[in-house]
Ligand binder design. Sequence first.
Ligand code: NAG
Ligand code: NAG
Ligand code: NAG
Ligand code: NAG
Ligand code: NAG
Ligand code: NAG
Ligand code: NAG
Ligand code: NAG
Ligand code: NAG
Length: 796
Amino acid sequence: MKIAILVLALVSLVHCDMYLHNPRGSNNRLDEARRDRNNANRLFDSQNNNRGGYNVGSLYYYAGSVLSIEWTNQHSCGDQNNHCEIIFQYMCDDNVRDGASTKTIPNNPALCEDYDCNTDLEYGMHESFDYYVNCRLRKRNRGLFSADRNLNNRNTARFTRQNQNGNRRGYECPEERDYYPYWHPTPWRDIAILTNDPTRCVMYQEESANVKSRFACEMPELYILLNINQNSANRYYIPNTQEECERWTWTDPTTSEEKHAVWREYRADSRLSAPECVETLWSRDNHLGNGVGGYTNIYNWTIPDLPHEHCVLRARYNISTGEYDGWNSSVNSSIARRNNVPVFNDNTNDLAGRTISELDVYTQFGFNTTEARARGYVFRQNPIVKIFPDPAPNSVNFGLQLAINTNQFGRTFQDRSHTFAIRSKPSDSDCTTIYNLNVRGKRGNIVQTYPGVEYDFVPNDLQVSIGSCVHIQWTGSNTNPNNNDGQGRAGTDRSNIVLLRNHTYAEGTPGAAVPTAEKNGHFGRSYPQHLDNDETFLGLSRSQRENLAMLSPSHYGGEMSELDDAGTYYDLGLARVTSKGTYYYLSTRNNNFTNRSQKGKIIAYINALISKRIGWNGGTISTSSGNLKVDRGTMSKPSVISIRTFANESEAQAMTSDKTAPGKLVSDYVQVSGLSTDQGQTATLQLMVSGEDFDRDTSIYYSDPNNGNVYRRLETRSVDGMVEAQIDQDGVYTASTAQVATFVTIATAIFVVLIVVIIIVATVVFFRVRRDKWHSTKEKVSSGFTNIKRSFAKKV
Ligand SMILES: *[C@@H]1O[C@H](CO)[C@@H](O)[C@H](O)[C@H]1NC(C)=O
Ligand SMILES: *[C@@H]1O[C@H](CO)[C@@H](O)[C@H](O)[C@H]1NC(C)=O
Ligand SMILES: *[C@@H]1O[C@H](CO)[C@@H](O)[C@H](O)[C@H]1NC(C)=O
Ligand SMILES: *[C@@H]1O[C@H](CO)[C@@H](O)[C@H](O)[C@H]1NC(C)=O
Ligand SMILES: *[C@@H]1O[C@H](CO)[C@@H](O)[C@H](O)[C@H]1NC(C)=O
Ligand SMILES: *[C@@H]1O[C@H](CO)[C@@H](O)[C@H](O)[C@H]1NC(C)=O
Ligand SMILES: *[C@@H]1O[C@H](CO)[C@@H](O)[C@H](O)[C@H]1NC(C)=O
Ligand SMILES: *[C@@H]1O[C@H](CO)[C@@H](O)[C@H](O)[C@H]1NC(C)=O
Ligand SMILES: *[C@@H]1O[C@H](CO)[C@@H](O)[C@H](O)[C@H]1NC(C)=O
């Protein structure tokens, strides 16, 4: 019995895979006070460990603000050990809700209030009831790779290789869940795709439903209503090709009229653009931890300007082994099916009559199909392979069983956020950029929270500029397990923010090779800076800082030494950054030195700073001073590229030892860092030039650090009010015009000519008046000529 429990515990630990930490991923939780979630089927199919997820987590984000999506994934990504994609999407709908119960929303309208599951607030809901009905009645894509899973009499889209039994989770459509890009209309909008193979970005961006129509067969309403409770595995009611759709007829039993179906186009929403697509961030396999440099992997999402009060974020993590050449079969066929091209059938029967796949695991061993099948070199559940020829000379004829699970060799995990709102920026805000600053994690120590995480601020290390705003906001739960470690009242999450005292030693460089105090200094101490003198924190007002510390004004009085009487939700709103500096801060309640650390850092720069991770697929960074455009294929190594702009020279001087560019400056100074174009490749830098200063000679100059920071002119073109040049190096760039230089040259020339004329005139006048001086001067001049002759002779 003990062994059985142990085995069960191990099994449950094995299945832990993709968790959102910011925004807080639910992993199908609502607010249950247990370590395990109550119901893994509540809203979607995560295939994650029951212990993952956070209770409640609704926040709101301003349109255009930057939200750091933070997650951990178990089986590595951005690594040679498997193929990997991470797909971020979101959807908004008036009926999207977290619900009030941990029960799964019913599949039968009769079980919902007012016979309408779409509006029954008891149950959480993302996709709608009608969407699921359509999935349940729609023919499945038979071109999809199904390995040895028997889907023969399972003909609707709720059956897939990963969901052979057609189980339901919320109103998610299993076929849609497992495949991306999906060929049928869905309510999901694409945010970004991170992939190990960025050359696939071309396909992802072209095929995204953000920019490309989907088609579906629209049936008469009555026909759907009459079949709404059909759960048959075998029979489908909605065709999935144009041909079958247009052939379909049905006699309406109420009118005896013959009805047809319509192959309808669902156009892309013109307000959307293709999702971002970039290389995955590296993570280690079987290790739900941090990425390179010790920070949790982050994707910065710029919240779209499509306000809605009820939205949800979805992250899928798709992995497959090296054997699994999924992109030669499944996706091709999925695209083919959507475009209504006949689909090849990639399933055949093996000698025993079982369905195997053409997934080629044998030609690399020099086997033909017959021999491969005979020796077990096929893609099948737990195959027994004979590694010696049969019959083996001088050897026992034995086989070895491989642990191959055909529904997991290519596998998708998922997590979703709690619902959140997207709101328009306040009309009076003059923030250049808005950064969301949130709290992740839940009450407990590292073991109790796993596979969730302990408290921390997200982003933990934030870089902003004066004029931008920080939107500080967090939420938590009152129903964590009561025995989870933490300060304050049992079971509760609370946080606050106070400025830390300065560190004693300079902050260290993570992973520095030389262990000196300088390199291993503290990030901060554990005592807050007292607020009775002029220390500033981002330039926030006294009352803003009091609010952050005491969680006022939404809270008055009560027992607040450990914030117990405050609410779980806190919002400071937009705080404008007005003071430069490096600020360290902590949560006084949750910082328990040996057990937990909840500290963060913000660097506020004077100048504007914009960073973006760009890789093979390229991208553009736009600033008010100009743009950096990286074309597809020019950077085979992804990198976070930052652009800082300096409005005036004295600022830039701090960056460059020299030196002003020649002529009159007509743009800001722009500092590019992180650019790493491939050998012989360049990116395009465009600088905004003020209109009246623009002329044909306006050029971009580069302050060359390899040459004493002397400004070097770059080959420059002009394009609608901007100048552009090809660049391949980090450094400071600026545009200047030759106008001033030309003017100076002409002025100098006129001046010199004038002087010469004056001298000649004066000399003539002088010798006319003083003829006696002529002779002696002539002697001197002739000796001078001798000197000149000599020096010429020497030179030549
Ligand atoms: C996962 O990858 C397979 C190919 O290995 C592909 O067929 C499928 O569409 C992908 N699914 C998702 C959700 O990305
Ligand atoms: C899949 O698509 C690619 C690109 O369009 C094509 O080169 C390849 O032959 C296709 N594979 C199959 C099996 O159709
Ligand atoms: C598809 O399979 C062919 C033949 O095995 C291979 O040459 C090609 O590289 C594969 N394509 C992809 C995208 O993996
Ligand atoms: C497959 O390979 C085996 C061993 O090399 C050979 O005996 C057999 O004739 C081959 N079968 C076919 C159909 O090529
Ligand atoms: C710090 O945390 C540990 C473990 O949760 C707890 O035992 C200890 O009492 C805490 N320290 C203080 C001073 O509360
Ligand atoms: C903290 O350190 C910064 C830079 O090291 C310095 O400018 C600032 O004055 C210090 N503040 C305090 C309170 O010591
Ligand atoms: C918390 O810190 C104390 C003191 O070092 C230590 O004894 C205890 O094991 C820690 N508890 C946890 C849960 O980490
Ligand atoms: C996300 O944004 C932050 C703050 O702007 C930046 O420091 C970080 O490098 C960005 N990370 C990625 C992966 O783009
Ligand atoms: C340059 O800009 C900085 C920051 O905006 C400002 O403090 C400084 O006074 C400016 N210097 C000049 C010479 O304009």
